[in-house]
Design a protein around this ligand. Structure first.
Ligand code: PGA
Length: 255
């Protein structure tokens, strides 16, 4: 059966009490139901501890949206991987396009973070994807190739089981304009080939998520694509009814 991960990226939204309320309604919504995909929530740092307590005893995973690559030191305002690990985080989103754009994170930094996350035993969700301009200039594959080659360099193939990639075309994030299913399948199939080229055969087990304006309305046409193994969902994960309906869809696709 296809493996699937439905991951929420709450970004800089929700206070601690709002995060707790959202996660409680997600738990309520899936109570007594058989849920086939893995579910992951990535709250803001300030909510992780409270959310982890509410999730105790459930099968929902939680993680963080960013980290520093050093485990400690004089880096004001940053959060280290051991800090997140102690809170029970299982996944850390790395290299989201908003971090690349607003905080100038490049592929080399993404690689440092990815290697540090892997070394700590956690799972990096490494985000890649082209901008609108890059797509219009027919450079999508070149960009994906560079992001994979540098972002995943010096990673041992045995870590393949522990890596998640999220293909998120920048022009589709938060815009309400998702990529078309054909564009998504084409990019995912290219990404899978590149992963195998860079990391070897074991990379065929790497889960590749799609992110960018996934909603309850387009989830089915995206999740049923051959090389799509789930979604990284921003805006639509902030409303429990919409998010629960995406989970339902994932369940149907996996049935
Ligand atoms: P979106 O965000 O679903 O709001 O487009 C996705 C993401 O940035 O991960």
């Amino acid at each position: 059966m296809k493996k699937m991960l439905i991951a929420c990226n709450w970004k800089m939204n929700l206070t601690t009490s709002e995060s707790v309320a959202l996660v409680q309604s997600i738990i309520e919504g899936i109570k007594n139901k058989k849920i086939s995909p893995d579910i992951l929530v990535c709250p803001p740092f300030t909510s992780i501890d409270a959310v982890s307590k509410v999730l105790k005893g459930t099968k929902i995973f939680y993680g963080a949206q960013n980290c520093h690559f050093e485990s400690k030191g004089a880096v004001t305002g940053e959060i280290s991987i051991p800090m997140l690990k102690e809170l029970g985080c299982r996944y850390i989103i790395i290299g989201h396009s908003e971090r690349r754009t607003y905080f100038f994170e490049n592929d080399e930094l993404v690689n440092k973070k990815a290697r540090a996350v892997l070394a700590s035993g956690l799972i990096p969700i490494i985000c890649i994807g082209e901008s609108l301009r890059e797509r219009e200039e027919n450079r999508t594959f070149d960009v994906l190739k560079r992001q994979i080659e540098i972002g995943l360099s010096r990673i041992e193939p045995e870590y393949c089981v522990q890596i998640v990639i999220a293909y998120e075309p920048v022009w589709a994030i938060g815009t309400g304009v998702s990529a078309e299913p054909e564009q998504i399948q084409e990019a995912h199939s290219y990404i899978k080939k590149e992963l195998i080229r860079v990391l070897g055969k074991r990379a065929s087990s790497i889960i590749v998520l799609y992110g960018g304006s996934v909603t309850d309305e387009n989830a089915q046409s995206i999740l049923e694509l051959k090389d799509v193994h789930g979604g990284l969902i921003g805006g639509a994960s902030l409303k429990s009814d919409i998010f629960l309906s995406i989970i339902e869809t994932a369940n149907l696709v996996l049935a």
